[in-house]
Design a protein around this ligand. Structure first.
Ligand code: ASP
Length: 292
């Protein structure tokens, strides 16, 4: 079997040329961090968190440290993690003052009986995470990595471990010029990401429109119905475009080591590793992605 596998994106959009090489570099580092965990027998969840954690901390992508501020100049972050084995998820919305919402989202999923947190309660949740020792803090708002991972645009990944379990993440600072309190697709289950035991997907683009077609759940359902992941990704983006006229990107992977990616934007830096690190593939521009 062609496992483990990881597919990671650094955001779909109309990228400025000079931002693309450093972005791709960070996406590749993140993919390798996640892949190493998977190859060593780590879980899809551990790999997905560590991979996303790196991208949140690198400062070159629209997530965590590098998140674009809202209209009031404040970074408000949305993030979600999904465990495909049991359809559980954790999400935090419009979070301020922390750098790694993905770890907090995982804490919400694993250590509370709820799946989505917003408002003042997120700060309490963060305090609870620290006080219970789930994660340490290395400076105010900056969670320590628990993975020894060394360390615009939304980031996300789909990981599949050696037991064929799938995880998916998304993490973002949101769209340009967003109003305070605005929450996009990235923390909405089924829209910004989705995973079950058949397939996982994560999306990037204009969240208001991604939500309208529940992009990731829709793409996964195509694979469940027999589509190849590449065909499913293309069909999902086609649906989004025809129903909303908007732009997005989506990456998809399944436990057979199959993957797909599609975008109707200029670029989406993406890295895929399946089975062996030497299989690494990098994609940047829409025009370079082989289509069905
Ligand atoms: N999907 C994100 C949002 O709407 C933005 C992005 O993908 O760049 O918040």
């Amino acid at each position: 079997m062609n496992l483990p596998a990881i597919i990671v994106h650094g955001g779909a959009g109309d990228w400025k040329e000079d931002r693309l090489p450093p972005a791709l570099e960070e996406v590749e580092k993140a993919a390798k961090i996640g892949f190493r965990i998977l190859k060593n027998g780590g879980s899809a969840l551990d790999a997905a968190e560590a991979c996303t954690f790196h991208m949140e901390g690198c400062g070159k992508l629209n997530a965590g440290l590098g998140a674009r501020p809202n209209r009031d100049g404040v970074q408000e972050l949305d993030a979600m993690i999904i465990d495909g084995a049991n359809l559980r998820s954790g999400a935090v919305m419009a979070v301020t003052g922390i750098q790694h919402p993905i770890s907090l989202a995982r804490f919400a999923m694993e250590k509370t009986s709820h799946s989505q947190f917003a408002g003042d309660g997120v700060k309490k949740l963060y305090e609870k995470m620290l006080s219970e020792g789930y994660r340490r803090e290395i400076s105010p708002g900056v969670t320590a990595s628990s993975f020894n991972a060394q360390a615009g645009d939304t980031v996300g990944c789909v990981t599949i471990d050696l037991n064929s379990h799938i995880a998916a993440t998304s993490s973002t600072g949101g769209i340009p010029d967003k109003m305070a309190g605005r929450v996009g697709d990235s923390s909405i289950f089924g829209a910004g990401a989705y995973a079950d035991d058949i397939c996982g997907a994560t999306a990037t683009g204009w969240g208001e429109h991604i939500i309208r077609v529940l992009l990731c759940r829709t793409v996964v359902s195509y694979v469940e119905e027999g589509a190849d992941p590449q065909a499913a990704a293309e069909r999902g983006i086609g649906l989004l475009q025809s129903k909303t006229g908007s732009q997005a990107g989506v990456v998809v992977a399944d436990p057979n080591g199959r993957y797909g990616l599609a975008m109707n934007t200029k670029a989406m830096p993406t890295v895929v590793i399946v089975g062996n690190v030497n299989s690494i593939r990098r994609f940047v521009y829409a025009k370079d992605v082989p289509t069905c």
